[in-house]
Design a protein around this ligand. Structure first.
Ligand code: UDP
Length: 386
């Protein structure tokens, strides 16, 4: 270790950096938090729109849901979470359907009035049972929902979202979405679900509000600065830490076309567009993310996904074959670094939900404190992300 043994850097002021900084500050460490952006909270940054007064999810919708009671208690300690159920609709073929695919979707799509067991048998009859161990997104869909539903609801959307054929994507992406044989249209099936009353920025502000934490916004962190710290927790892009010297890990980025509307534009927070012929994936109407607020005006985002170029904001790690090889290469370099732990979505190049991000940040901080107590070195990747 170099520098003062109590001096820590947390790079990135999103959920990972903020949670680690807070845990360590409470344990008596002095933590410098760096972020190259002008704001905290990373991609869950929210701000009130000056024109409409609506709380805007500036980098797209973030809905908090978890089964992890500790994480739920953690976020509730820093912000009031109000009840919110994510009910997503999708427009396909000039009709509006409910997602995730549920009994209503199935009955509407096939023009039937089936009960749960009938629908289950019907969908099974549509499924390609020759696929025993689905590997790709497409195989997973054909096996579990059949071709008709796959083509209507998943194929076009996924091509737009990921910029490649669903046959090239891992099955794990589709496994995020359940198929239900009842009328439950809650997008998530976790025990706890809610929205921060005053937005995520307010929550992260409180997490960072500790005398042991010094925040440096608009401040990029360079590898050479590692020397000045006893340890660095890096939640920026893994390849970015090495100045992309061996190439860039692939990401999808999002463009948002913002528009305002007087009244209620679409009647729900998220309207997906399943067809490839519609260039955007979805429209989000932000006032519906805070159903306890009243606003006359409305602000919406039309969301477009595309390949992330240098200078763009990275959102979704692609993790296809070529990225996996490059990831293994950078992970090897990371393991050879001393005094740096790579964490979070960008630091470990994984598609993480907010609750998992917080869980891992808490575990990483604890693992570090245990390592310090035993006089051991902290690994480049904490246990969960190894
Ligand atoms: N997906 C789809 N149609 C939809 C919604 C989602 O095909 O209407 C697919 C798409 O490939 C997406 C994945 O399911 O990337 C996971 O969806 P989720 O809603 O979890 O994506 P997120 O909100 O994280 O972008």
């Amino acid at each position: 270790m170099t520098g003062s043994p109590r001096r820590i850097a947390a790079v990135g002021a999103g959920l990972t950096g903020a949670v680690i900084a807070r845990e360590l500050a409470e344990a008596g460490f002095e933590v410098d938090v760096f972020d190259s952006r002008h704001h905290i909270a990373g991609n869950c940054y929210t701000e009130r729109d000056g024109e409409t007064g609506v709380m805007v999810h500036v980098y797209g919708p973030h809905i908090f849901h978890t089964d992890d009671e500790d994480v739920w208690n953690y976020v509730n300690r820093y912000e009031t979470f109000l009840p919110y159920k994510n009910r997503v609709k999708t427009t396909v073929g000039g009709q509006v359907y409910a997602l995730p695919v549920n009994l209503h979707t199935i009955n509407q799509f096939f023009g039937k009035a089936m009960r749960p067991a009938e629908a289950r048998a019907f969908i099974e009859s549509q499924a390609d049972t020759s696929i025993t161990d689905p590997q790709s997104f497409e195989e997973q869909a054909l096996r579990f929902v059949g071709r008709a539903l796959y083509e209507a609801f998943f194929e076009g959307y996924t091509r737009k979202q990921w910029g490649c054929a669903p046959s090239e994507l891992p099955a794990s992406i589709l496994k995020r979405l359940p198929v239900r044989f009842n009328y439950d249209d809650n997008y998530f099936f976790h025990r706890f679900q809610g929205m921060p009353e005053n937005g995520y920025t307010a929550m992260v502000e409180r997490i960072l509000d500790h005398p042991g934490i010094t925040l440096h916004l608009r401040t990029a962190f360079h590898r050479v600065q590692t020397r000045g710290y006893a340890h660095v927790f890096y939640s920026g892009p893994l390849d970015g830490y090495f100045d992309y010297e061996d190439g860039r890990l692939g990401y999808r980025t999002l463009d948002f076309e913002r528009f305002t509307f007087k009244g209620d534009y679409q009647g729900c927070a998220v309207m997906n567009y399943g067809e490839a012929s519609v260039p955007y994936t979805r429209i989000t109407e932000h006032k519906h993310f805070a159903p306890w607020e009243q606003h006359e005006g409305s602000i919406c985002y039309r969301e477009y996904a595309r390949a992330c170029e240098p200078g763009d904001t990275p959102y979704y790690p692609i993790r296809l074959v070529q990225e996996k090889a490059l990831l293994a290469h950078y992970a090897g370099k990371a393991r050879a670094e001393r005094g740096v732990t790579f964490s979070g979505r960008l630091g470990t190049y994984r598609y993480l939900d907010m609750d998992v991000t917080i869980r891992e940040a808490l575990d990483t901080a604890r693992q570090f404190m245990a390592a310090v107590a035993k006089g051991e070195a902290m690994p480049a990747f904490a246990v969960a992300a190894a």
